[in-house]
Design a protein around this ligand. Structure first.
Ligand code: MF3
Ligand code: CO
Ligand code: CO
Length: 330
């Protein structure tokens, strides 16, 4: 698709009034044209797909981008759980190291190159790479980007918040975890959004209990977000995980009585709330991956891969060495 104006053109130092013609020469009012993207994240240039040494075991979709249905059972064997624990540790370590690299001026493509290398060093395949044709090894979601932001030539700016979502494929199973990081000096309202989102994830995790419905998780997350009048994004949900990246289990991050499957010991799924300063509605960029808030407000996310145990939960991507090792109050 061709845009009516060049989105990356440089704005003049003195900007027009809202109702004056846009500086770009489109003939439209400034408020109907470039004013809409002021302060918004703009797409950059996406570099070619990275490759991996042949020695690294690849998931079934790696070569084709097509994801076969396996119909994996929701309750995992002790062997799968043991391997998921290892994958979870590796994902947590890569996420922490990636977060430590975040600084103003770094492009998200440079972050992708680093994350890709961290996977290779650990004999991991970066699960996002070519998953349903996704082109990169990590998701980088800045400010109003809710999730699935594609690393590109955009430099991180002082004051941005950026979510890094790492999933590794190791020894036949996936481990999926993400966190939101500060770029330089971040304003207090954004800091609070990030803190409350992390807390909300932990409230959701603490609701994991065998015999209880999955809807307990969404209720706990939504209740916490509501205390701050924040929005809970609805279109993206937690998922079953194991030998498949995305299994059948659906974990809503808001309360819905229909989300009534009962949690059973041995189930593994992610809890990954996205919470915004505004509404829950989203829209998509033309790349069909990048989801942004419809109102342009900032949004944060945290994610862990969780196992249902005989009496509660075990966080397979948590513990010492994780960005968010345990509930802040635990
Ligand atoms: N890691 C994401 C999740 O939490 C999924 C990314 S899929 C990709 O479910 F294709 F965008 F990488
Ligand atoms: Co993820
Ligand atoms: Co996930």
């Amino acid at each position: 698709m061709v845009l009516a104006h060049a989105p990356l053109a440089n704005a003049p130092a003195v900007l027009p009034q809202a109702n004056d013609p846009c500086w770009c020469g489109s003939g439209r009012k400034y408020k109907r044209c470039h004013k809409r993207s002021e302060g918004r994240v703009l797409p950059g240039v996406v570099s070619p797909m990275r490759t991996l040494p042949a020695s690294i075991a690849r998931p079934p979709y790696a070569d084709t981008g097509e994801v076969p249905e396996r119909g994996e059972s929701a309750v995992k064997s002790p062997d799968v759980i043991a391997r998921m624990r290892t994958a979870g540790h590796l994902a947590a370590e890569i996420l922490r190291l990636a977060g430590e690299a975040v600084r103003p001026g770094l492009t998200t493509d440079e972050l992708d190159a680093y994350v890709h290398q961290l996977h290779i060093e650990r004999n991991c395949y970066p699960s996002p790479l070519n998953y349903h044709h996704y082109p990169k090894s990590v998701c980088t979601s800045v400010n109003e980007v809710i999730c699935h932001g594609i690393p590109d030539s955009r430099e991180l700016q002082d004051g941005d918040i950026v979510n890094l979502d790492v999933t590794v494929y190791h020894d036949g199973v996936h481990g999926d975890t993400n966190a939101t990081f500060f770029v330089g000096d971040v304003d207090p309202a954004s800091r609070q959004l990030v803190k409350v989102t992390e807390e909300a994830m932990w409230h959701g995790i603490e609701a994991v209990k065998p015999g209880r419905p999955l809807s307990d998780i969404g209720r706990a997350i939504e209740d916490h977000a509501k205390r701050y009048r924040y929005g809970v994004i609805r279109a993206f949900i937690g998922h079953g995980i194991g030998e498949e990246f995305h299994g059948d289990i659906q974990v809503l991050h808001y309360y819905s009585p229909q989300n009534n499957d009962i949690m059973r010991p041995g189930m593994t799924f992610t809890i990954e709330p996205m919470i915004s300063h505004g509404g829950w509605q989203h829209k998509m960029w033309d790349d069909d991956w990048t989801a942004v808030t419809a109102d342009g407000k900032r949004t944060a996310q945290f994610e862990h891969t969780v196992l249902v145990t005989d009496d509660g939960f075990d966080v397979l991507t948590g513990g010492d060495g994780a960005v968010s090792p345990r509930a802040p109050w635990a």
